[in-house]
Write a protein that binds this ligand. Structure first.
Ligand code: CA
Length: 749
């Protein structure tokens, strides 16, 4: 067909992701006693029977776990959602009350832990970056020093793990149900019925029991996906957690008046940003990875909530309160499951006798807002996001029930692990070993403040770039792109409701903290911030999406396919120029089969619906073969008058490489020019779309902005002024296979 050229190029797309990324020491002997003895007594490296007596390390690491949701910290949720197994680590060991992260974001926190260096030195400043695994990391040093190393669970650093004898990691963010795992031998498909938190622990125990070299001490990084957004609990906990009533934070209805532009212009409120459909699960999505029993249980619980809320339709503050309760039920049920899995691991360690010589460390990659300031998510240097839980159990060494107030950081973990193993800490690492604190010592000259730096703007949630310093009394934050400062007196204002940076009474404190910030920037070799990316940011909040006004209406959907005929769909290619586009008849290339539209007959099939739309929500289900290129649903396909083809501009959800991933495309991308970009995207989001299975796709278009979800995961949030009013199209562009679509419906907004 003569139009094949003009269609084939445009179907390759450019992606903006929604979610959403040397040196070796000369020699490292098992122990350098001179170095180790500076901080602790030399450790025996060999017992008389020949085995290595250095302690094992089990590092249990979660994602977005607020200290408020660990009952050992005694916060407002501790009674309603206790975590007895985590509390046991604290009561049998140590609770750190002041552990802070250097950059409150998933990937960057992990890179800091790998390297013991701040983001600007390890190169991983944003989730979209890819970790340079060739650099010095603590697992490599442990391995060289005689440790057996493993990482199991969420990795989120893009590139393959290095320095590990064993690794099984979740692709990208991973999935809660039937999670796939990346392994050195390729992708291992998820097992139906499995839940991610349990799967990670099961794999960890299998490794401990069967895989590892038992002659060596080991380091296990057991890294959970939970409780990351969208907080999908295991079904056995749904009813219990839905039935509870969760105490609200005092500042749930914060008006942001005591703070500057950043707090007032973020996009992370329960009120506006929290999506009723996806965050609060008020559409029946995200079930394709559940087995039948799980689906049944899930629907039993959520259908009832949905029915109830759609009949009441709370508004304003009532809606915020309702969302908060829903959010806490899901988040805390994920935490409960996490806590159960910690119990499983502690029991295993006990039963196997490993517990006596194993240091168990629990931490999260950063904190999370649980309604404080009216927010969810993290990123800001405010306490809930900056602070992470840190619990340590080391039988025979760490005194039971210890509480440590010293300021520690995820920057310290790498050196702590090395120190525990009696391995020299490289001088270019920037933290401090916590081992002396574990041992109950009071190291002199402990740090008085910590440095923080968040780099992502424009970015999701619209948090401005900032760095800052926190000591035991004050916190200073500098939003340098706006040249705005915030200073908090944490003693008088622990909830950080009013910045005192311009209060004359705090002039001295301000000056001191500015000096401290300058000192830390110099000490950590912080370069000037990278140039601010172009763009206004702000995917400005879409207020309507947080309410019942749109999206959840049970009425207002227009079905673009009645399940029986191709009524309303047209062939875009007129036989002669100027001819009107015609209603299509069923042909071998497009057929209705069992309530589905089947597209085949390659190449180039492109059908458009006669209705035109400007701002809308589109939902549909798609089933595509695994090895085809470049097909899918196009929408807002602009068909200028007099033209026969959708030219000029088109965005689409499309298979961009080889059946692996669907996402929205904006603009055209040539795969040969942009291969690295496409590969990077596929690596990070490859779990969302499943080939040879039904996938649920939801698109919201408004103005120049489009958000896309695939199987309930937000995949992209893009702006492009070229978007116009257009029609919905279906296309098939591959050499073989049948592309199936069903339940195509649209709602104008
Ligand atoms: Ca995280």
């Amino acid at each position: 067909m003569k139009h094949s050229e003009s269609i084939s190029k445009p179907l390759i797309i450019f992606i903006v992701s929604a979610l959403l990324f040397s040196c070796q020491p000369d020699t490292v002997t098992e122990t350098d006693e001179d170095v180790v003895s500076l901080v602790s007594p030399p450790l025996p490296t060999k017992l008389t029977n020949g085995s290595d007596a250095r302690p094992n390390i089990v590092f249990i690491f979660s994602d977005d776990h607020s200290y408020e949701a660990v009952s050992a910290y005694g916060g407002r949720l501790s009674k309603v959602a206790p975590t007895p197994n985590l509390d046991r680590i604290a009561s049998e060991g140590i609770r750190f009350d002041n552990c802070f992260v250097t950059n409150a974001l998933c990937g960057p926190s992990r890179a800091v832990i790998q390297t013991g260096k701040h983001s600007h030195l390890n190169g991983f400043m944003e989730n979209e970056h890819r970790f340079d695994g060739s650099q010095q990391t603590f697992p490599k040093l442990l391995q060289k020093g005689g440790y057996e190393t493993a990482v199991i669970g969420k990795w989120h650093l893009g590139t393959d793990p290095q320095g590990f004898d064993f690794w099984n990691v979740l692709p990208g963010q991973g999935t809660y149900y039937a999670p796939d795992f990346r392994t050195p031998n390729g992708l291992a498909s998820g097992t139906p019925g499995e839940y991610v938190t349990e799967a990670v622990v099961t794999k960890s125990i299998e490794w401990l029991e069967q895989e590892r070299n038992k002659d060596k001490p080991f380091m296990l990084m057991l890294q959970h996906k939970a409780p990351h957004r969208f907080w999908l609990p295991p079904v056995h906990l749904l009813e219990e957690y839905v039935a509870k009533k969760y105490p609200e934070p005092k500042n749930l209805f914060d008006d942001y008046k005591g703070r500057g532009t950043p707090a007032q212009t973020q996009d992370m409120t329960l009120r506006v940003t929290m999506d009723l459909a996806l965050d609060n699960k008020m559409v029946p999505f995200r079930q394709d990875r559940m087995n039948e029993a799980q689906k049944e249980k899930w629907n039993e619980v959520y259908d009832q909530i949905r029915e109830d809320v759609l009949s009441k339709r709370p508004q304003g503050d009532d809606l915020v309160r309702w969302k908060y309760q829903r959010y806490m039920a899901d988040y805390l049920a994920c935490i409960k499951s996490l806590d159960e899995s910690v119990g499983t691991m502690l029991e295993y360690l006990e039963e196997s006798g490993l517990d006596e010589n194993t240091v168990v460390i629990y931490a999260s990659d950063q904190g999370f807002f649980l309604g404080e300031h009216g927010w969810f998510d993290k990123r800001f240097m405010y306490e809930e996001s900056l602070k992470t839980p840190l619990l340590v159990r080391w039988p025979g060494v760490a005194k039971a029930g210890t509480v440590i107030k010293q300021m520690v950081s995820n920057l310290d973990f790498a050196q702590t692990f090395l120190d525990l193993a009696g391995i020299e800490q490289p001088s270019d690492m920037q933290g401090k070993s916590l081992k002396p604190l574990f041992e109950g010592k009071e190291p002199p000259d402990w740090r008085e403040s910590v440095y923080y730096h968040y780099y992502c703007f424009p970015e999701y949630h619209a948090v401005r770039r900032h760095d800052g310093v926190r000591n035991s009394r004050y916190k200073l934050m500098h939003f340098y792109d706006l040249n705005e400062w915030e200073l908090f007196d944490l003693e008088k204002d622990p909830m950080e409701m009013k910045s005192v940076h311009d209060d004359p009474e705090y002039a001295e404190a301000l000056s001191h903290m500015k000096g401290e910030l300058a000192k830390l920037r110099e000490e950590y070799q912080v370069p000037p911030a990278p140039k601010l990316r172009k763009g206004e940011t702000l995917f400005p909040p879409w207020r309507e999406f947080g309410t019942f006004e749109i999206g959840l209406q049970d009425k207002g959907w227009i079905y673009l396919f009645d399940g029986k005929s191709l009524k309303g769909w047209r062939q875009p290619f007129a036989t002669n120029p100027g001819e009107p586009l015609s209603q299509i008849a069923e042909s071998t290339g497009i057929k209705v089969v069992d309530g589905e539209i089947h597209l085949s007959l390659s190449p180039q099939v492109f059908y458009l619906h006669t209705l035109e739309f400007s701002d809308f929500i589109l939902e549909l289900e798609a089933f595509t073969p695994s090895k085809n290129f470049d097909s899918g649903i196009g929408f807002r396909c602009v068909l200028p008058k007099g033209k026969q083809l959708p030219v000029g501009y088109q965005s689409e959800i499309s298979d961009i490489r080889s059946g692996g991933i669907y996402d929205i495309g904006v603009g055209w991308m040539n795969p040969t020019d942009e291969e690295a970009k496409i590969n990077d995207f596929v690596d990070r989001t490859g779990t969302f779309y499943k080939a040879s299975a039904w996938n649920q796709i939801r698109v919201m278009c408004k103005g120049d902005r489009i958000k896309t979800w695939v199987n309930g995961q937000l995949c992209s949030d893009v702006k492009d002024s070229k978007h116009q009013v257009g029609t919905i199209g279906l296309q098939h562009h591959s050499k073989e296979g049948v592309y199936r679509f069903r339940n195509i419906r649209i709602q104008e907004i």
